[in-house]
Design a binder for this molecule. Structure first.
Ligand SMILES: [Zn+2]
Length: 152
């Protein structure tokens, strides 16, 4: 995400920030702050979780208001990265866990497809800056979403 966690503003980003993007992007960055505050090191896993959290927030906040146009819609509905993010989010219930009907391999597959896509372009193609924690699998990659969604 082109935002507060990006030390290098010259890194190309597919996301162009507009006025309607600010709120969900801010949520993305606050989500990072929440996770990093617990001394979790930066990883690609954490980045994908932040994108999924941002999507869930944006959908809940904007709903169909931004179905056509706007940078949230563009980032999440007009890019391959957004498609991978939505595929993960669509497997989750309101509490951030899997639907009872969702087998765990589906999370694993959706997460692995997201990893593949995120690695195709900067800044997430930088595996040194965004290492993949391969010990963390499937739904385990989204425990902070579940933590923040408790009671939702
Ligand atoms: Zn980020």
């Amino acid at each position: 995400m082109f935002g507060l966690d990006d030390n290098n503003p010259s890194v190309p980003s597919e996301l162009i920030l507009g006025p309607d993007a600010l709120e969900d992007v801010l949520f993305h960055e606050l989500f990072h702050a929440y996770v990093r505050f617990q001394n979790v090191p930066l990883s690609l896993n954490m980045e994908i979780e932040a994108w999924v959290a941002q999507f869930r927030y944006g959908e809940a906040k904007f709903g169909r208001q931004y179905v056509d146009g706007g940078s949230f819609h563009t980032a999440m509905y007009k890019s391959r990265r957004g498609t991978r993010v939505r595929n993960i989010a669509n497997l989750m219930n309101a509490q951030g866990g899997p639907f009872l009907s969702t087998p765990s391999y589906k999370f694993e597959d959706a997460f692995n497809e997201a990893v593949e896509e995120f690695r195709t372009r900067p800044p997430y193609s930088n595996a040194q800056r965004y290492p993949l924690n391969t010990a963390q699998r499937g739904i385990d990659n989204f425990k902070y979403i579940a933590e923040l969604s408790t009671g939702c």
